[in-house]
Write a protein that binds this ligand. Structure first.
Ligand SMILES: Nc1ncnc2c1ncn2[C@@H]1O[C@H](COP(=O)(O)OP(=O)(O)OP(=O)(O)O)[C@@H](O)[C@H]1O
Length: 204
């Protein structure tokens, strides 16, 4: 199993958000988190990525095997598209950036400072970064925000290739990516156990 989560409980700002969350993610599979706003999808992804502590439960297969893409793009505005990818390749100890440039249709933008890109182009660069990490488990929070239909298709194809190569993906997205390898995991809003009614309240 690539990633295994058992009985996870997480609070934010002292308020319980997740409780008893368990799932497994195998190589070649994707798990798509679904749930209403505020149900805890981002919290779950951040916890799996090691950015948020859990107060109960166990996560196996995370740590250095995770490549996380959250809401902030993490781009270096003054560096070009190529320089951003080279920088990450260096950070993650890899070398190859040409596949990432090609697969996310960034070749024509390769010399442009990242700060001058449009929102969708920035998002494509942020997602291309996943490919240069060389890490097997992609953890993605709303990866398709700002992407047009053509870019969503590029992203879905990149995820499919990652899964075919033996990787795995855990993501929150409302968009149907057409991934046959994907299963849905419903994140239900945490509800505190109802307080036992006192004797005199029971008949009110
Ligand atoms: N820093 C924080 N302090 C206190 N509460 C927080 C904090 N961050 C998030 N929360 C709360 O935790 C709950 C879960 O938030 P989270 O962002 O994980 O939900 P989500 O399912 O990703 O929502 P959305 O679909 O709106 O992005 C929400 O009730 C939210 O208000």
């Amino acid at each position: 199993m690539m990633l295994s989560v058992r009985d996870l409980a997480v609070s934010r700002g002292g308020v319980p958000v997740l409780e008893g969350v368990s799932f497994d993610l195998a190589a070649g599979r994707a798990l798509v988190l679904r749930g209403p706003n505020g149900s805890g999808k981002t919290t779950l992804l951040r916890t799996v990525a090691g950015l948020q502590p859990a107060h109960e439960g166990r996560i196996e297969g995370a740590g250095e095997r995770i490549a996380y893409a959250g809401h902030s793009d993490g781009l270096k505005a003054m560096l070009s598209v190529t320089e951003n990818l080279r920088f990450w390749a260096q950070v993650f100890g890899t070398k190859e950036i040409s596949d990432a440039l090609r697969d996310f249709d960034l070749e024509a933008l390769s010399d442009r400072p990242a700060g001058t890109l449009s929102a969708g182009q920035k998002r494509r660069l942020g997602l291309a970064r996943l490919m240069v990490t060389g890490r097997p488990v992609w953890v993605l929070d709303e990866p398709t925000v700002s992407l047009d239909a053509a870019s969503v298709a590029l992203f879905a194809a990149a995820v499919r290739r990652h899964l075919e190569a033996g990787g795995a993906a855990l993501m929150a997205t409302h968009i149907e990516l057409g991934l046959e390898e994907a299963e849905i995991f419903d994140v239900t809003p945490f509800k505190a156990a109802p307080r036992a009614a006192k004797q005199d309240e029971a008949f009110l």
